[in-house]
Design a protein around this ligand. Structure first.
Ligand code: RFL
Ligand code: PHB
Length: 390
């Protein structure tokens, strides 16, 4: 079989690219290793920048998001028993973020592709990518125990951090990495959120985050050792620990309930350079990872896709390769700024046991400065709502 663009992976990056290309008459096939239910069962991001919201609008999948999503014009930072609001609207000239779960966005994209008769091929694991320097790369995938080949003009490697795309060019990639000495234990529960906005808490016992998926569903996290398993954290222990890391008012307002989902995620900063290898383009988590503290992972995947989609359109419609040639550089310039911001927020808010009392004092001084200085608050707000998509 032959198509114009072969897309590996049906995470937000792959689905969004497929949808945008399809709407513009560019034939593509998405190959996804896992089942549709498995992909929809992964609980991940919840915060969208307006640049990502605009792209979903362009992809004609924003209707439900605009009804069910929540607009947030600020976040709260908690430390030393008090909460301080960072007012995005005031500090950035009216900007805000959208709270809408990655699961919902994924479902909207999958539904739209299925309705148009071009759904991803699920349970189709890509095992080899060949001839990326020739005119027609070949992708081999395994489905129902059989191997199939598909060729295309371009390959989009949207297969996440553990995918085959980056691995297939391992000898040509330069990587930059920082691994953090802790993880996030996340709990999804059918309980009303503690506050109307997200609370990011710095505490001597470790970081905590109170987020949400709706006015009835909470998503909460606590920093935990990497050696922990979810079995170490029965619901009662989780809620007790979270309560201890919040200010008294929030702790008292907290409504607890059984967890619907519970998982531990490691924290990592990672960038692969470049992002283009002949006719193979890496996008999203396949090329970079940020710790979730700045809520940037999904948003970076969306901005990569915006650059890649525009570049492919330019190639197929106008016959120009300028966008494809600039892809890696355009993406990386934005990615490194999000890497810096996510690293900074992680460093500011988590407990780093090896930093000792001096490190802790510096953290508290910086938090104090951040919440008192308009200039410092503005820098946080500007990055959190998202730097321009191009
Ligand atoms: P994905 O979503 O990992 O999708 C990759 C897909 O590729 C498939 N695949 C293959 N398919 C075929 N053949 C192969 N050989 C394949 N190998 C892999 C996989 O099965 C998968 O379906 O990558 P994508 O599309 O780049 O999307 C990235 C985002 O999912 C990720 O950056 C965010 O979830 C990160 N993230 C957050 N981002 C935000 O912008 N805001 C947030 O609030 C936020 N919170 C989070 C997060 C990530 C978290 N975890 C668990 C990592 C919170 C958490 C806890
Ligand atoms: C989430 O709702 O899952 C979430 C929100 C903000 C973050 C990370 C995760 O920084």
């Amino acid at each position: 079989m032959d198509t114009q663009v072969v897309i590996i992976g049906s995470g937000p990056a792959g689905l969004l690219l497929s949808r945008l290309l399809h709407l513009n008459g560019i034939a593509n096939v998405v190959l996804e290793h896992r089942s549709q239910d498995y992909v929809l069962g992964r609980i991940r991001a919840g915060v969208l920048e307006m640049g990502a919201v605009d792209l979903l609008h362009e992809a004609k999948v924003s209707e439900r998001m605009h009804i069910e999503g929540l607009i947030h014009e600020g976040i709260e930072i908690s430390f030393e028993g008090r909460r301080h609001r960072i007012d995005f609207a005031d500090l950035t000239g009216g900007k805000s973020v959208m709270i809408y779960g990655q699961t919902e966005l994924t479902r909207d994209l999958m539904d739209a592709l299925a309705e148009d008769g071009v759904p991803p091929r699920y349970e189709a694991e890509v095992v080899a990518i060949r001839d990326i320097d020739g005119p027609r790369p070949t992708i081999t995938y395994r489905q129902n125990g059989e191997e199939h080949d598909i060729t295309g003009a371009f390959v989009a490697g949207c297969d996440g951090f553990h995918g085959v795309s980056r691995a297939s060019v391992a000898d040509k990639v330069e990587t930059f990495e920082r691994v953090y000495p802790f993880g996030w234990l996340g709990v999804l529960s059918e309980t009303p959120p503690v506050s109307d906005e997200l609370i990011y808490a710095n505490h001597a016992r470790g970081f905590a985050l109170c987020s949400m998926r709706s006015k009835q569903v909470s998503r909460t996290y606590v920093q935990c050792p990497l050696t922990n398993n979810v079995e170490d954290w029965p619901d009662d222990r989780f809620w007790d620990e979270l309560r201890k890391r919040l200010d008294r008012e929030a702790a008292e307002a907290m409504v607890t309930g059984p967890s619907i989902e519970k998982s531990i995620a490691p924290l990592r900063s990672f960038v692969a350079e470049p992002m283009r290898f002949g006719r193979l383009f890496l996008a999203g988590d396949a090329a970079h990872i940020v710790p979730p503290t700045g809520a940037k992972g999904l948003n970076l995947a969306a901005s990569d896709i915006r650059f890649l989609f525009r570049a492919l359109l330019e190639h197929f419609v106008e016959g120009s390769d300028a966008g494809l040639n600039a892809y890696s550089q355009n993406c990386l310039s934005r990615i490194w700024k999000a890497e810096r911001f996510s690293w900074w927020m992680t460093t500011l808010l988590h407990l780093f046991p090896d930093d000792g009392p001096f490190g802790r004092k510096l953290q508290l001084a910086e938090l104090d400065y951040l919440t008192q200085s308009r200039a410092a608050s503005t820098a946080l707000a500007e990055n959190y709502v998202g730097l321009p998509f191009d």
